[in-house]
Design a protein around this ligand. Structure first.
Ligand SMILES: Cc1cc2nc3c(=O)[nH]c(=O)nc-3n(C[C@H](O)[C@H](O)[C@H](O)COP(=O)(O)OP(=O)(O)OC[C@H]3O[C@@H](n4cnc5c(N)ncnc54)[C@H](O)[C@@H]3O)c2cc1C
Length: 324
């Protein structure tokens, strides 16, 4: 049986692991847990989905829906949402969230797949050995002799890791939007009767209350996404300056008098795909000449969790044809 390494345990890597379950797979992730940008952050009693927020009904990947239903990982919520805050368009919207935060979705999938895993393990180099298989170098260890290496990380990081074995076309470079997210909590409830919305301000593209996701959360908590235009223009801004600025907008526009007792920033440099690899190349993955290293990720097909899942699924079909 072939030895397969998956680098990256986000939704793309998990999709491949799920779909190739009967092979000899080892998954590596630099983080301490699976999920990547489907991330739920805890601070004492506080909890925030500060990467991906939810799955919406328009994310239609049948297999992903089947898996999530089978594993009972979703809860459906009806929320009051500004489809466009500036235009005052308020709607009731049905969304799907993780039972215990968005990260509980990849966590549940990972726990269901019985494969070898190495967390806190960043792959620093991929090296072709004398047997024409690949060895993976990490800070402390070398993992040897993989027949197939599936690299499921953001494009630019994947390119850097595989540049010795893959010739990249300058015409097929996907684009990302960076997004800074802010997490904030109030001891006292605010007067706000909405759960979130889009387009709060030119510089804040999205805001979402966390309490409907986490009913035990005592403090009223919000996540704000700065717009990608603002983020791009302010890559060097300090956290304090960013937090003061973002809160001043939130306060002014939503007329909030309360002061947050907690405010924190997370900087996503590769947050969401802007131009997909598929739209540029019409291809669904990138492979090395020897057909042993494959690159994929949400960046191939789109900007959502279901695009990431679908990218892994597409590649798994091809790998099955190769009879790995
Ligand atoms: C702020 C924000 C809001 C979003 N909102 C939504 C939303 O509401 N709905 C939605 O569907 N999607 C949303 N998304 C997009 C969604 O999160 C991504 O499309 C999806 O999570 C990408 O999955 P992936 O597996 O392709 O990549 P990732 O999740 O980035 O996974 C890559 C993994 O690789 C690991 N890794 C990287 N380099 C290495 C290395 N050298 N060695 C080992 N491991 C490595 C990382 O630790 C990570 O776990 C949002 C994203 C962000 C950032």
């Amino acid at each position: 049986m072939k030895n397969i390494a998956i680098i990256g345990a986000g939704m793309t890597g998990l999709s491949l692991a799920y779909n190739l379950q009967n092979t000899n797979i080892t998954i590596f992730d630099k983080s301490w847990r699976a999920g990547g940008r489907a991330s739920t952050r805890k601070h004492d009693d506080l909890i925030f989905d500060h990467g991906a927020h939810y799955l919406s009904q328009k994310h239609k990947v049948k297999q992903l829906n089947d898996v999530l239903n089978k594993l009972n990982l979703l809860k459906e919520k009806e929320i009051i949402f500004y489809a466009d805050f500036k235009k005052n368009e308020k709607i009731k919207k049905k969304i799907f969230v993780g039972k215990n935060g968005i990260n509980s979705i990849p966590k549940g999938i990972f726990e269901n797949i019985k494969i070898n895993s190495h967390f806190n393990t960043k792959v620093l180099k991929i090296f072709k050995n004398k047997k024409n298989n690949y060895d993976l170098y990490t800070e402390n260890e070398v993992f040897k002799d993989y027949d197939i290496v599936l690299v499921c990380i953001p494009f630019f990081q994947a390119k850097e890791l595989t540049t010795d074995y893959i010739k990249f076309s300058n015409n097929h470079i996907p684009e990302y939007d960076p997004i800074y997210t802010l997490m904030l909590s109030f001891k006292e409830k605010t007067h706000l009767k909405i759960d979130g919305g889009l387009n709060l301000h030119d510089d804040i593209s999205f805001f979402m209350k966390q309490n409907f996701k986490f009913p035990k959360l005592k403090s009223e908590s919000w996540v704000l996404n700065m717009s990608s235009e603002y983020t791009k223009k302010n890559l060097d801004i300090s956290n304090v300056e960013l937090e003061n600025y973002a809160f001043s907008i939130f306060k002014k526009i939503l007329k909030v008098d309360n002061k947050p007792f907690f405010i924190k920033t997370h900087r996503w440099l590769y947050a969401q795909t802007k131009t997909t690899y598929n739209s540029l190349s019409k291809k669904n993955w990138i492979n090395s000449k020897d057909n042993k290293i494959f690159l994929t990720g949400d960046w191939v097909l789109g900007k959502s969790l279901s695009d990431a899942w679908n990218a892994g699924l597409q590649l798994s079909h091809y790998l099955k044809i190769l009879d790995i």
